[in-house]
Design a protein around this ligand. Structure first.
Ligand code: SF4
Length: 52
């Protein structure tokens, strides 16, 4: 389990009580082509998996 990752995406299957319990996570930039990642809003967790 990744340690110390606080995450508010409670719709994710890896989320338990606002903590990420995935073994690891992959995060990428959401910056548009040619742009730079400057804010947290410019990032995206690719490990997200919806509960269903
Ligand atoms: S996989 Fe990503 S979205 Fe899901 S709980 Fe972990 S950090 Fe949050």
């Amino acid at each position: 389990m990744a340690q110390g990752i606080h995450c508010g995406v409670e719709e994710c299957v890896h989320n338990q009580q606002r903590r990420c319990v995935a073994d690891s996570i992959r995060v990428r930039s959401r910056a548009v082509t040619g742009g730079n990642c400057k804010h947290s809003e410019d990032t995206c967790c690719e490990t997200f998996k919806p509960r269903s």
